[in-house]
Ligand binder design. Structure first.
Ligand SMILES: [Zn+2]
Ligand SMILES: [Zn+2]
Length: 333
């Protein structure tokens, strides 16, 4: 349990209540991403303390009392960690991923870093995948959703800013749609991983002149789709500046400060500027199909695997040196 920023301890909590609408699950693995690191460091504005972390989850069904298509005990599942109210404008439009009142496991409500959890059947995705792969489903869906928002096709060249966990999902999704992907980052290791995950071209924007490189790669036009997965003012602006005329810009990163724009470019280029948040059920389906194909470099994407007792220490060493890890997985049982 994360008591306060920087303070993690192990605690006993009551077993979850199994109701008719819920499925009792034994938690197997939990993944940590940058947002857990931010919660640990007190830099995640959405989290309150104390909080049990854990929104990237693989679990095994213990009991499902639901009447229609109950899951068999022993079935391994991936988990969608979001809630949706059903009544807000997003929910009414069928876009529950962007529910106005969403509560994510491990952020606005207690997460899965515990022995047992109970969740509604519709949040569970059984799949023929390993426990590690099931744990990677949720982080990959975020990138898959952004690519769906950008309506990426095999005729597109897609530029991706940021090759962390989210950016990798973008690369995987765009490549699996047959698009050509250009990955932009300042970290050589992340760029290498992006190439393994399917990026055709990588640009180290610390060492290379990004604008010139993008023009060179795209025959002077700029990328058809620009996807921002970092959240800085500079990369927010770069996406609009570099994208081709009549292109699509998709934002996944959360900027921590207001961003000033040359808004003329929105009009002059007649851009589609889109936000992308969390993921829809069809994105979960697409990621599972993609992982089942075995095309994703699962072991390259995970930096460290630790037992539950070492979860706190792992977050502490990540916090001391954020560049050291990409993704940490915790084996719960
Ligand atoms: Zn995450
Ligand atoms: Zn809602």
């Amino acid at each position: 349990m994360l008591r306060n920023p920087g303070r993690i301890d192990l605690d006993s909590i009551a077993d979850p209540l199994l109701t008719d609408g819920n499925v009792l699950l034994k938690v197997r693995m939990v993944g940590f991403c940058g947002s857990d690191l931010n919660s640990f460091r007190g830099l995640n504005p959405l989290v309150t303390y104390p909080r049990i972390l854990g929104h990237e989850v693989s679990a095994t069904v213990v009991e499902d009392r639901g009447t229609d298509s109950p899951l068999k005990a022993g079935t391994n599942v991936a988990v969608s960690p979001y809630t949706s109210c059903g009544a807000c404008p997003s929910c009414r439009r069928g876009r529950r991923n962007a529910c106005q009142f969403n509560q994510t496991l491990g952020v606005q409500r207690d997460g899965a870093l515990t022995e047992f959890i109970a969740l509604p059947r519709e949040k569970l995705y059984p799949a023929n995948l390993t426990l590690k792969e099931l744990c990677l489903v949720e982080p990959l869906t975020v990138g898959f959703h952004a690519v769906a928002r950008g309506r990426v096709t095999d005729r597109d060249t897609v530029a991706v800013w940021g090759c962390g966990g989210v950016g990798l999902g973008v690369v995987a999704a765009a490549s699996s749609r047959g698009a050509r992907t250009i990955c932009i980052d300042v970290d050589e290791e992340k760029l290498e991983l992006a190439r393994i995950a399917g990026a055709k071209v990588t640009v180290n924007s610390k060492r290379e002149a990004l604008h010139e490189r993008l023009l060179e790669i795209t025959g002077g036009r700029g990328p058809d789709v620009a996807i921002e997965a970092i959240g800085t003012a500079a990369t927010f602006r770069a996406a609009v500046e570099e994208v081709a005329f009549t292109g699509r810009v998709v934002y996944i990163g959360y900027a921590k400060e207001p961003v000033s724009y040359e808004t003329r470019l929105f009009v002059q280029k007649e851009l589609d500027v889109l936000g992308s948040r969390n993921a829809q059920p069809e994105d979960f389906g697409a990621v599972i199909k993609f992982l089942e194909s075995g095309m994703f470099p699962v072991d390259h994407a995970i930096s460290l695997t630790v037992p539950l007792e070492q979860a706190g220490d792992a977050l502490r060493s990540w916090s001391d040196d954020p560049a050291r890890f990409k993704k940490i997985m915790v084996c719960v049982s």
